[in-house]
Design a protein around this ligand. Structure first.
Ligand code: HCI
Length: 354
């Protein structure tokens, strides 16, 4: 898809970009919607093949944040920031990285509070401490700095209750012996493994980092190579790494009964969701299943919830999903479509999607 197609096809409200010659970093902030409140979403940091790819990623992820906030009934809009790095993050000297964060904070301040950032792939609570230290609005600072800390445990809890609800939808009432394939063993994926293991599930896992694979193996998981996970036969496939892993071809061939993970934008397009639906595979739409992180950050830092209140709301993801399943059955539409309808309703845009 060309950058022209991405920009003219986007239904969001603003994309701001900046290239900085000194650091070699390219910054993108995409504000998709502020209908429910200020836009919020994390800052994703990595190398991109092109700046067009960085803009494409930011705009798509910002759109997903709008849906995520609406599905979780949080009073925020959707946005996302992307920083395209000139070299892998681990190769950047500390002062180089700090300067990049300073520039990022400068950009965010220019937006005057219409976008609040937070941790995402490639950024941490410590990075949010720095961004906030430079005066920019950021959720997810470390607890020592007055923030609510990592949102990963809440995200994993949400994925777990979504797995339980989705398994029930395919007739599995107990995770004991249930085969769950987990792609990605970062902070969320590893916790998903731990929670499912406690319920007696059989775990098949993968990650590009062998150290993380060893850690999961020590928990009793079966480890397979990264390129083998999509071929594994499972009851639940849980994508907890990158997005875009299910295109129409994968949807046609994957041997699972339910797809439930934390990765944003797991489907490449709606056709992939339609194909899963045609095969009777349950899909817990990612913007519903992965809402726990946003519920944690916004619950704690905007709504003043306690950790217990956050957990109760995260567990409510299972109710939202059950509503999606019912809407899908009643309307004869895919789970992806039903979840978008539900989010649209909460955005006050009922009936806008055909
Ligand atoms: C996500 O769920 O992808 C990010 C969660 C989030 C919510 C609000 C601000 C930053 C990050």
């Amino acid at each position: 898809m060309s950058i022209e197609d991405v920009i003219t096809g986007w239904d969001g409200s603003l994309v701001a970009t900046r290239y900085d010659r000194e650091t070699g970093a390219f910054f993108v902030v995409a504000i998709h919607s502020r209908e429910r409140g200020p836009a919020a979403g994390g800052t994703r940091v990595k190398q991109y093949d092109s700046y067009a790819d960085a803009v494409t990623d930011a705009t798509r992820l910002a759109g997903a944040m709008t849906l995520k906030m609406a599905a979780a009934d949080l009073p925020m809009g959707g946005g996302k920031a992307v920083i395209a790095l000139p070299a892998p993050r681990r190769e950047l000297a500390d002062d180089h990285w700090r300067r990049i964060l300073e520039l990022h904070a400068e950009n965010l301040k220019t937006l005057g509070g219409s976008y609040w950032t937070g941790p995402d792939l490639g950024t941490s609570s410590a990075d949010m401490d720095v961004v906030c230290g430079f005066g920019a609005p950021a959720f997810g600072r470390s607890e020592a700095a007055g923030g609510s800390g990592s949102s990963a445990p809440a995200t994993a809890l949400g994925v777990h209750v979504a797995i339980v609800a989705s398994a029930a939808e395919v007739g599995i009432d107990d995770l004991a012996g249930c085969r769950i394939a987990v792609q990605g063993l970062g902070a969320v994926g590893m916790e998903v493994v731990e929670l499912a293991r406690k319920d007696g599930a059989h775990l098949i896992v993968t990650d590009i980092d062998p150290v993380l694979c060893e850690r999961a193996a020590a928990l009793g998981a079966e480890v397979v190579p990264p390129d083998a996970i999509l071929g594994v036969e499972s009851d639940v496939f849980s994508p907890c790494a990158v997005g875009g892993v299910i295109d129409v071809d994968v949807a046609r061939t994957i041997r699972t009964r339910a797809v439930v993970g934390s990765a944003n934008n797991v489907l490449t397009d709606t056709a992939a969701g339609d194909e899963l639906a045609r095969r009777g595979i349950v899909l817990a739409p990612d913007f519903v299943a992965s809402g726990g992180g946003a519920i944690h950050l916004i619950g704690r830092e905007v709504l003043g919830w306690t950790a217990e209140e956050v957990a109760t709301h995260v567990e409510g993801i299972a109710d939202t999903l059950r509503e999606v399943f019912v809407r899908s059955r009643v309307g004869g539409i895919s789970h992806d479509h039903a979840a978008r309808d539900l989010a649209d309703e909460r955005l006050g845009r009922a009936g806008s999607r055909v």
